[in-house]
Design a protein around this ligand. Structure first.
Ligand SMILES: C[S@@+](CC[C@H](N)C(=O)[O-])C[C@H]1O[C@@H](n2cnc3c(N)ncnc32)[C@H](O)[C@@H]1O
Length: 302
């Protein structure tokens, strides 16, 4: 059976975002398999979706899914911060970010995103990039590794884990996700091995963030997104990680205070309903924030 990613907080996003012009355009900055994009294409027959994704394999799935929609779906392969920077001012009615990776990456990509799999340690979304998880694990200094694991995943045993990785790699290069997971398991205290998450979860998350430079792309992309939105257009961001959510929250707060170009529509982040959390566990950590770009009249009234 094929496992397809379930779009998180789809109904909430549909209720906040809507076209503001006659020939509406939506930019889905993280199209993945296209769950959110499809919901919008189906709801608004005049809508065109420009779908970014850096990962060619998952993008191929979206392209196939949207064949029946013809030219209403325009795929763009690239990082969202770089692709948004190329777009014209005031050219999108709605912009969506659904950060992170998809279930596809864990179960199908064979790039070592899952610590349960005996796969090569890779984790690159961009197949042409040099830096992979294998490089980070084997070539970063012990201190750099510990810092990444602590900063990007708030892993309290980061130093122990980095030390054990350094010991093990001096014996033999670490090339698979399952070996790395075993090393991490052996590095943490026994009582930490049987918690509600596997002890390798956080370290794997930190490696993925480092390999794809995920955190450094968010604020520049949001800056561009506000520029690209049409007046009265809306921008929605779903995050799964406190460091991501903090960036989004502060960017919106500062932008609203500094130049008044946006209105924050979600004072507190929207979270998934209990029912969604039960049916789709990844939605439990999701936070949704939405802003609206002010129209010309709003500026005059300021
Ligand atoms: C959580 S999934 C999106 C799922 C999608 N909303 C759906 O409903 O099917 C995030 C997608 O964004 C892509 N991605 C992550 N960071 C990116 C970035 N900085 N630039 C472009 N694509 C990115 C990943 O490859 C992944 O396919």
């Amino acid at each position: 059976m094929e496992i397809v990613h379930t779009p998180v907080m789809k109904n909430e996003i549909l209720s906040y975002l809507a076209p503001v012009s006659e020939n509406p355009v939506m930019i889905d900055c993280t199209t993945g398999e296209g769950g959110h994009s499809q919901a919008f294409l189906d709801k608004y027959p005049a809508l065109t979706v420009i779908g970014f994704d850096r990962d060619r394999s998952i993008q191929a799935k979206a392209i196939e899914r949207f064949l029946p929609y013809g030219s209403r779906f325009i795929p763009v392969n690239g990082w969202f911060d770089e692709e948004l920077a190329k777009r014209e001012d005031c050219s999108a009615d709605m912009i969506l970010f659904d950060l992170g990776i998809s279930i596809f990456h864990y179960v199908e990509s064979q790039r070592g995103f899952s610590f349960r799999a005996d796969e090569k340690l890779d984790m690159r979304l961009d197949e042409n990039q040099k830096l992979s998880a294998e490089t980070v694990v084997n070539e970063y200094s012990e201190e750099e590794l510990a810092d990444i694991i602590y900063q990007y995943a708030e892993e309290r045993y980061s130093r122990r884990i980095a030390r054990r990785i350094a010991e093990e790699r001096s014996r033999e290069r670490i090339t698979t996700a399952s070996r790395l997971a075993d090393i991490i398991y052996s590095a943490v205290p026994p009582q930490y091995r049987h918690g509600h998450i596997h002890p390798a979860t956080r370290t794997f998350q930190a490696l993925r963030i480092e390999v794809n430079n995920e955190l450094d792309r968010i604020t520049p992309a949001l800056q561009e997104a506000v520029r690209v939105l049409k007046p009265k257009g809306r921008l929605a961001v779903i995050t799964f990680h406190s460091l991501e959510d903090r960036q989004v929250k502060w960017f919106f707060k500062n932008k609203a205070a500094q130049d008044g170009s946006i209105t924050i529509l979600t004072k507190h982040p929207v979270v998934a309903t209990d029912e969604e959390c039960r049916d789709n566990p990844p939605s439990r950590s999701a936070k949704l924030r939405i802003v609206e770009k002010k129209g010309d009249a709003d500026y005059e009234n300021n």
